[in-house]
Design a protein around this ligand. Sequence first.
Ligand code: ADP
Length: 481
Amino acid sequence: VNLPGKQIARFGIGIAAIVLIVFVFYLIHVNQATAGFAFLLVILVVSAAWGLRQAILLSLCATLAYNFFFLPPVGTFSISDPQNWIALLAFLVTAVIASQLSERARHQRITAEQRREELERLYSFSQQLLTTENILTLVNGIPNSVSETFGTSASAIFLPERKKVYYSDIKAQSVFSEEQLKEVAARGEPISISPGVTVVPVRVGVRSIGAFSVAGGSVSRETIDAVATLIAIAIGRANAVEGLAHSEASRESERLRSVLLDSVTHDFRTPLTSIKACAESLLADEGLGEASRIELLTIINEESDRLNRLVGEAAQMAELDSGAPELSLEPHYIREAIDSALAATKNVLAKHHVKIVADDSLPLVEMDVRRVSEVLAQLLDNAAKYSPAGTSITITSEVQNSNLITSVADQGPGIDGIDHGMIFDKFYRGQGQRSTVQGTGMGLAIAKALIEAHGGTINVTSQLGHGSVFLFSLPIQKRSA
Ligand code: ADP
């Protein structure tokens, strides 16, 4: 048996205590009973602190010392009075039984301590599992957080539905093979590969949904099972959350579709009715003067433009609903987008003064120039639509940090607090404008989606009664030479 240094040292201390008792009591001449009790006390303390093995060894030594120094004839290992044999035997038996009892108490204390620690770890592990709702991140993170929380040397998890084994680190791959994990997942029965290396099924009720394995660390079987159960619950929860988000998204999309249909049927009817009415007047009445004819044709022209824009918006809205818009990004100057937006909104801007503040030194920016021009056209259109004729509209573009900020400022009514947070929402129309100005509430929502697809942001600042400034940012990529 190899006795580690610590054991020998402890034994030495026990012996020293006995020698001390012998020495002191030998000097002051106490009776046998007192000496016996003193020895017993030392043995009890030793067994409570260091365990049974130490205590038994010490009991034997104490018995010899007791016999030699305190039972007559003193100074020999022989015993003259047969009564003293009984005393000696009683001493030995008491020492051993007491040691055993206190050893058991010690053992229970240690187990309770371990249980408490494992419970604490289980709790903290369950907390970690709760913070993740994304199933992929969750499964990826489990082996690592098991290793960290329980101090195991390796851990792995296999989920048939993901067809993949997730390991805590690279060396874990040599500890458990994929086949072993697959087998446990398929059969739903735990296996023990070698001492301290266990693979258990991850079960929901009686159905096995995967396998989980740990190696190293002093984790009890119960805890491993509890961990597997926690994992099963967390995976079930993440799946449920994902399913919910999915159905939420499809419900939202369903709602959007019906609102879109409503809006389309409603908003398309007005321009169509005017066009139809003008066309009928033109067809029916030959005695129409030149001026009236031109007026009717102008209405037809404008209303078809509007119709065209509406169709465009509705189509874009449907496109955005089915995912982020596809951009064809190329380096362009913002001036190109501004010019094409101005050309597109020439008619609506006719009654306003337009000012452009854009330096020639502005950098090239990665953008889908057609989409950015659409955004600008939308902002210009709104500015013209919501501000009185004769006021001016200013387009400004400048570099701020690593963004190109472009803004459209008008001298219209501004936007009040309630509307502020909502005008970029789909189909939201301002409180005051709903009845007075024609619109659909789609324009700014589309603009926002397009700018965000570029990695930028769009905002508005406004002063009631003085006008609004809509500004959007486009990130300027530093091109590596
Ligand atoms: P629409 O113009 O079709 O109503 P938008 O999405 O373009 O839809 O705009 C949403 C709302 O934002 C408008 O109803 C209006 O209340 C407000 N708004 C947009 N631009 C301006 C502006 N330049 N001045 C004041 N209010 C504006």
